[in-house]
Design a protein around this ligand. Structure first.
Ligand SMILES: [Zn+2]
Ligand SMILES: [Zn+2]
Length: 232
């Protein structure tokens, strides 16, 4: 843990306010210009009804031909440019105000056809949380729970430390994450209920799919997911 983690609660108060994206002085976490740029990156129709990825043709580039462990996912933004800066600011600086803003955007796209029993953060490995000082998925899930009036119920935990995913091929990612998640509660507490998984970003969908697997195996009713951003 670096000095930044130790000082972070202080920095929230004493640092001159800068926009988290362009780093120019700004009264708000996102300056008006960056907020406007972000607006253009909102995911709009047409998007895949199952995984929320924007569509260019008829078939979803991401989930076509794959067996999905979750029923429906939706994301607020495309993961690119200033959206990626927002995600990184949350991950590496943990701005509280930012997670609230992100959760509001996520709340607006939550698939809500049925009553959701609990909000489940996609868990990070404890080693990753120690290194970072917090879990950004938990921060987002907590804010989202407050906004939607649905309890956060962390029924998943990470059971294996997985290598960083970024350098792996999709196939390697799948192998790397197989069995990486497990339930924290007996299966009968999951069975038949609708759950909402929360993660910051969906890139290849492997993490989300593997996180949903123990829920599916335990007989969860419906498994929904909401992401702040989805990779195009
Ligand atoms: Zn800005
Ligand atoms: Zn899809």
């Amino acid at each position: 843990m670096g000095w930044q983690n130790l000082l972070e609660p202080l920095l929230d108060f004493v640092a001159p306010p800068l926009c988290v994206v362009c780093r120019n002085p700004s009264e708000t976490l996102l300056c008006p210009t960056c907020e406007q740029n972000l607006d253009a990156l909102r995911i709009q129709k047409p998007y895949c009804r199952r995984c929320g990825t924007p569509l260019r043709g008829w078939q979803c580039p991401k989930c076509h031909g794959r067996s999905l462990q979750f029923d429906r996912a939706r994301g607020a933004f495309l993961y690119t440019g200033p959206v990626a800066s927002v995600v990184e600011s949350l991950k590496y600086q943990g701005f509280r105000g930012l997670s609230r803003w992100m959760a509001r955007e996520m709340a607006a796209v939550v698939p809500r056809q049925e009553e959701i029993h609990g909000i489940v953060p996609v868990p990070l490995h404890p080693a990753r949380i120690r290194e970072r000082g917090f879990s950004q998925t938990r921060l987002l899930a907590r804010e989202l729970a407050a906004l939607l009036g649905i309890p956060m119920i962390p029924v998943l935990r990470r059971v294996r430390y997985t290598r960083s995913q970024t350098t792996l091929s999709p196939q390697e990612r799948r192998r790397n994450l197989r069995g990486a998640f497990a339930l924290t509660v007996p299966p009968d507490q999951v069975q038949g209920k609708t759950w909402l998984l929360v993660d910051d970003v969906m890139t290849t969908m492997t993490t989300l799919n593997e996180a949903a697997r123990p829920l599916r195996r335990a007989g969860a009713g419906r498994i929904l997911a909401v992401l702040f951003a989805i990779a195009p």
